[in-house]
Design a protein. Sequence first.
Length: 156
Amino acid sequence: MTNQLSQAPALIRISNPLANALLRGGMPMGPNTLVTIRGRTSGLPRSMPLAVMEADGRRWIIGAYGDVNWTRNLRAAGEADIHVSGETLHVTATELPREAAERFFSETLPAYIRRFPAAGRLFARVFFRLVAPDITRDPVGAASRHPVFELRTTEA
């Protein structure tokens, strides 16, 4: 995985503590939820607000900012806890191989976005255009720069 997008924009980094607090307090924030992943070197649990995509009974998480610390931690840990509807679910995380990631970006993600109400579709388009335009415009390039993990629920 190349590391061309090494970190989230400053606005996202600054707003993460607020989003974290709101999510902990039960505030719904679209597909965003708290995800807790063990650090790959410290072993300490780290929680951050991330968008977990749910479609057809499956869940995925995208490294929209590239191969950043949380993606490296998730790759190393292979598991995480996600907080969904007031419940904590333990999940295994499997990184999609390149060809599967290309299909994800060309088929699964666009179909998911099309299901949003008009305002949600607009927000998703603007978000991806600002943060990672290749995600919606170049599935092959996106697959090389943005890790995608499928999350499967396990027994805690």
